[in-house]
Design a protein around this ligand. Structure first.
Ligand SMILES: NC(=O)c1ccc[n+]([C@@H]2O[C@H](COP(=O)([O-])OP(=O)(O)OC[C@H]3O[C@@H](n4cnc5c(N)ncnc54)[C@H](O)[C@@H]3O)[C@@H](O)[C@H]2O)c1
Length: 235
């Protein structure tokens, strides 16, 4: 099904994991996709989402190449596992800066173009933004912030027709997960709170499918929502 024919999308965090899967899925559905990341991608654009000028440049490059922007998918993000008392000020600031501030900066830069096309934004939140997860204070706060940002933008933009939604995956099988290290002597019983009762990990393609739906006109009345993809972990 070519649900996204004639749509132009920009995907941040597109060099790896979920972002790369979202690019593939949107292309499969007929969209023209610009892949953006702080890391280099063939035919992509370099974008550091923490830098408003870099965000503006990525949007300008997208418009230069394709003359319109219909879909923004904010996937760029980082994680870190640490006990509350061991989180350094730098670590706290970096997590919030990339995951939350970066989502806002790129959305803000994209908004004029999205208003022209009555476009859609899909943000990457997390189960950790809904359910308390241990050793994850900064990350959880950043993703809870992404959910609040999503709702605030959805309401403010409702009369324009621009839609803003978020997906909240549980543990997804990507390099993000293999790079994640728990503190020594972590309490595994606390970690069980965020494990899926269905067992196993979510695949990046499942998250990409949810993003494609929310970005498509089939979700024309869906805005300000969070779609959990977590095997009932948040239920
Ligand atoms: N993997 C999981 O279990 C999981 C679960 C829930 C939510 N998420 C969220 O999904 C998103 C993608 O995660 P992933 O698993 O694909 O991780 P990943 O590490 O595979 O990919 C993250 C990408 O973001 C890019 N990035 C990092 N900082 C950036 C910056 N400042 N500007 C632009 N790009 C930057 C990286 O270069 C990388 O390509 C993140 O926001 C993450 O928090 C992941």
């Amino acid at each position: 099904m070519e649900r996204l024919e004639n749509k132009v999308a920009l995907v941040s965090g597109a060099a790896s994991g979920i972002g790369a899967a979202v690019v593939d899925r949107l292309v499969e559905e007929g969209a023209t996709v610009v892949a953006a990341d702080i890391a280099e991608i063939e035919d992509g654009v370099i974008c550091d989402v923490t830098d408003p000028e870099s965000c503006a440049a990525a949007i300008a490059e997208t418009l230069e190449r394709h003359a319109q922007l219909d879909i923004l998918v904010n996937v760029a993000g980082i994680g870190a596992g640490n006990r509350i008392e061991d989180v350094t000020p730098q670590e706290w600031r970096k997590l919030i800066e990339v995951n939350l501030t970066g989502t806002f900066f790129l959305s803000q830069a994209a908004l004029p173009a999205l208003l022209e096309t009555t476009g859609a934004i899909v943000n990457m939140a997390s189960l950790s933004g809904i359910r308390g997860t241990p050793y994850n204070a900064a990350y959880s706060a950043s993703k809870g912030g992404v959910i609040a940002l999503t709702k605030s933008m959805a309401v403010e933009l409702a009369s324009t027709g621009v839609r803003v939604n978020a997906v909240c995956p549980g543990a997804v099988n990507t390099p993000f997960l293999s790079d994640y290290h728990l503190p020594e002597d972590a309490d595994m019983t606390l970690l069980q709170r965020s494990m899926s009762p269905m067992g196993g990990l979510v695949e990046a393609v499942e998250v990409a499918a949810a993003v494609a739906y929310l970005a498509s006109d089939e979700a024309a009345s869906v805005s300000g929502t969070t779609l959990e993809i977590d095997g009932a972990a948040s239920a």
